[in-house]
Design a protein around this ligand. Structure first.
Ligand code: GTP
Ligand code: MG
Length: 249
């Protein structure tokens, strides 16, 4: 349990967990654990959805549109810090109402077109509700940050009810992830007063990473043309299936 240095719970933590002179109300703690477990389930649902799409598209296109999926749950101190920063009350209802990114899923894609293809395929699923979409690929942030962000509401099926939980999804290419990960390490939310020439250098790197994506896209198109891929399932693929099954003993 996180406590401040003097050994007492911070005010915000105390407010969230209930009154009782440093005592954690058992029921409130249980409620909080339950809420976090709902977020974890929603996160797993979204990860599974992307794994299924990857499986399906890799059969169809003979390559994986997803190179990696990361997921994370916001920690309690970070939840409290964000509620405080935005002036929201420290209650469980407030977490659900005011925070969109308690559960986060990051999908790293091979190529730029995979990002939009996957986001569209996800949104076609009839159990998922799109709450917010920010396309920082078509409209990068002033510092050069690129990614596609979506806040979705996804149902989790509990023993006696169906509950919708919010999940933040970030989709980006390997090149976008490379830049964002290093930029995050160098600066993001660390209150580092970055010198103007360092900002410029980071922006140049973002530009280079965008160019890299563009050139790799060009190569992908070239390969597709040479192999006559039109995006549909290739007959050779089904043949290969049969061939492989012959080899099974
Ligand atoms: P937050 O309150 O920080 O979540 O911002 P927001 O609600 O305006 O959301 P936004 O979609 O702009 O950004 C949410 C998340 O995207 C952040 O928590 C980061 O993970 C990522 N992100 C946004 N901007 C940057 C950036 O400039 N650099 C890096 N490395 N990551 C970023
Ligand atoms: Mg966030």
């Amino acid at each position: 349990m996180s406590q401040n240095k003097s050994g007492f719970l911070s005010d915000s933590m105390q407010e969230l967990l209930g009154p009782g002179a440093g005592q954690i109300s058992y029921e409130r703690m249980q409620e909080l654990n339950k809420l976090m477990s709902y977020y974890r389930c929603a996160m797993m649902e979204v990860v599974t959805k992307f794994n299924v799409l990857n499986e399906q598209f890799s059969l169809q296109f003979d390559r994986n549109p997803i190179t990696g999926i990361k997921s994370r749950l916001k920690t309690l101190p970070s939840i409290l810090e964000k509620l405080e920063r935005r002036g929201h009350p420290f209650t469980l209802e407030s977490i659900e109402e005011n925070l969109n990114d308690v559960a986060g899923v990051r999908v790293i894609c091979s190529f730029r077109e995979d990002v939009h293809m996957l986001s569209e395929a996800l949104m076609q699923q009839d159990d998922i509700i799109l709450l917010e979409r920010k396309d920082y690929i078509r409209n990068p942030k002033p510092n050069g940050y690129r990614s596609l962000h979506m806040i979705v509401s996804v149902p989790i099926f509990l023993a006696h009810e169906k509950k919708y939980m919010r999940v933040e999804i970030q989709l980006r290419t390997l090149a976008m992830d490379f830049w964002a990960t290093l930029e995050h390490q160098l600066r993001y939310k660390k209150d580092v007063d970055m010198a103007a020439d360092m900002e410029r250098e980071l922006y140049t790197c973002a530009h280079l990473s965008a160019e890299l994506d563009e050139r790799m896209d060009g190569l992908r198109q070239l390969v597709q043309q040479q192999h006559g891929h039109n995006g549909s399932l290739q007959p050779e693929k089904s043949l290969r299936w049969t061939d492989q099954s012959h080899n099974l003993r």
